[in-house]
Design a protein around this ligand. Structure first.
Ligand SMILES: Nc1ncnc2c1ncn2[C@@H]1O[C@H](COP(=O)(O)OP(=O)(O)OP(=O)(O)O)[C@@H](O)[C@H]1O
Length: 279
């Protein structure tokens, strides 16, 4: 692993609601889980800090409502952070806080540095475009204008994720859930992003389809060496993929470390519960 992280997140906070004098500190004594009992502000992410190193897979695990998806949405600029800093070495040599950039710069970062695969394919794909059209859309956003080149690249990507080229003109709405996730992955990879974000990408799929999508993610990581953040409520998924793991509960990181270490010696009672449920 190299010394310098490709992504650094420091004290990321995302709250839904205005906050009040009672919940200004957002600490556990005041909040009911992650909600202020007085003004009902939701503290979805509370002071989240972590690094991702080049070529590693960072897993984020936690129960429903722990703030995993909100964190991913903040990183992909689908949501605006309340406060916090983020640095990506491919952007301004990691010297500029990406959360403070203009929407135009955020679009640039999205189109050239980040790929995103959502749990719900509807968020990542245009269901009425062909699969090739979906990939072309992302390539155009990244600045490509050459139709021939885009078609060739789309074919390579679809083959990479095992979508038969005989179906490349089909719309994703005609595909199974597993195939839709594969097209999403192909689309997310189209601009060669150094950082790929995957949010619960196997949730809701049959076990065998889940296994093949997880296998695909591992193969891609091995072949392309890109950094990934993989979010799941399922520790089994994280165990299969992640080098290091963050455990979230009620909007906070409660534990982080090497995945093996967390599995062998979980410290927090919630993590212990998660680990024991695997046995
Ligand atoms: N737009 C919103 N407005 C208000 N509260 C929100 C909004 N989006 C998320 N939340 C709240 O933020 C908290 C974190 O939600 P989030 O979706 O990030 O959790 P999660 O860990 O990804 O869970 P799940 O896997 O069920 O989506 C929850 O309490 C949720 O109700």
């Amino acid at each position: 692993m190299q010394d310098k992280p490709i992504l650094q997140v420091e004290n990321l906070v995302k709250k839904y609601g205005p906050g009040c004098s009672i919940c200004a500190d957002a600490n556990d004594e005041v909040l009911e889980k992650n909600v202020c009992p007085h003004c009902r502000t939701v503290y979805a992410c509370r002071s989240i800090s972590f690094d991702v190193y080049p070529g590693e897979i960072l897993g984020i695990v936690g129960e429903s409502g722990s703030g995993k998806s909100t964190l991913m949405k903040c990183l992909y600029f689908d949501e605006t952070v309340t406060s916090g800093e983020g640095y990506m070495t491919p952007y301004e040599a990691g010297m500029a806080n990406v959360f403070e950039q203009s929407s135009q710069q955020k679009r640039l970062i999205r189109n050239t540095i980040l790929g995103m695969v959502y749990q719900n394919p509807v968020l990542g794909l245009k269901m009425d475009f062909s699969s090739v059209g979906n990939i072309a859309e992302k390539l155009i956003a990244a600045g490509d204008r050459n139709v021939q080149r885009m078609e060739t690249r789309s074919k390579v990507l679809l083959e990479h994720v095992h979508i038969p080229l005989s179906r490349m003109k089909d719309e994703p709405k005609k595909f199974s859930g597993g195939m839709q996730q594969r097209v999403q992955i192909a689309k997310a990879l189209s601009n060669n992003p150094p950082i790929l974000l995957l949010d619960e990408v196997t949730t809701g799929l049959d076990l065998s389809v889940q296994a093949s999508v997880l296998d695909l993610i591992k193969t891609i990581q091995r072949e392309l060496g890109i950094s990934m953040i993989v979010v799941s409520h399922d520790l089994a998924v994280i165990r299969m993929l992640a080098d290091r793991t963050i455990v979230m509960l009620n909007g906070k990181i409660i534990e982080q470390g090497l995945t093996d270490q967390i599995l062998e010696d979980p410290q927090h009672a919630y993590t212990q519960q998660l680990v024991y449920s695997l046995i």
